[in-house]
Write a protein that binds this ligand. Sequence first.
Ligand SMILES: *Cc1c(COP(=O)(O)O)cnc(C)c1O
Ligand code: SF4
Length: 348
Amino acid sequence: MNIVTTETQSASGNCIAREVPSPSEGWRSSMKAAFRSLDALCRYLELPVEAVASGLPATKDFPLFVPREFAAKMQPGDASDPLLRQVLPSEQETIATEGFTTNPVGDHEATLTPGLLQKYHGRALMITTGACAVHCRYCFRRHFPYGESPKGLEAWEPALAAIAEDASIQEILLSGGDPLTLSDPILRQLSHKIAQASHVQRLRIHTRLPIMIPSRVNDDLLAWLTETRLRPIMVVHANHPHELGDDVAAALGRLAEAGVPLMNQTVLLRGVNDDAATLIELSERLFACRVMPYYLHQLDRVAGAAHFQVERAQGLQIVATMRSSLPGYLVPRYVEEIAGDTSKRIIA
Ligand SMILES: *Cc1c(COP(=O)(O)O)cnc(C)c1O
Ligand code: SF4
């Protein structure tokens, strides 16, 4: 995972950092202003840094990165706030646990060309960047070798050529990292290139940015998303109803108004959302924000995240309670990813 600079696009050589960001690039200032030190985050949240300093060694290979918009939704003084727990480095991350590895979901085996993964029929996934708008401590790609993935339009040519050659690919997923850390001009050009393969019908964006920095949903983003021939779909990632403040609701509303179908995936996380009441409230809030619950993921067994794991038996109970309380369309599918499978495996 990389710390983001303002010159994200320099690899392509055709987009230089500008001195004066346009009004619609306010999200870049938010990226710059994000918390990158445990000390500063603790001061902001009125937490004694000693209480959490034990997490510091975990930041060596995976630094802290928390946007202010997200931190503002945390409860000051509460070290076990469910939003804080997602991003707070912990000494437990440095404990090796059997079965938790650096390649938990077979990404290396599924690589078609550098930067392009295919696991499932008809869908291929582009790793567009290693940068994210937040560093989630449980991230299944926290050890992914992003340095080996191509960056920028020229470097993506082999992946684009592979897409063009395979007529069975109907959908391209933009993933990463978070694709929306890239600039809109780059994303517009990328979507244009993907659309040149006439067999591709859908463009799916997997992103946490509308949740983390809602101002990312700006006119430029809406313009390229809706002008492409490809049918856009956005899958966001929220784990707790507190993440969906009014600012986030407004951003999601703009996407919905523009005709972009919105879905959410959640990771089942101990100490964050491992109770039915929280997940019921999340589903209801998502729907109010015009987002359909899609997947509830069993944690991928990535090294450093074992302390977030919720046992399947408990997960099944939670989902059963959700099913008895909510309309069917507000119950996400409880799934896990098994390397080598032909789809996500449905648990319930
Ligand atoms: C999860 C995943 C997808 C998407 O699967 P859906 O069930 O269609 O949401 C596609 N490609 C890869 C590599 C994935 O990991
Ligand atoms: S936003 Fe997604 S890819 Fe980025 S750190 Fe969080 S879980 Fe990982």
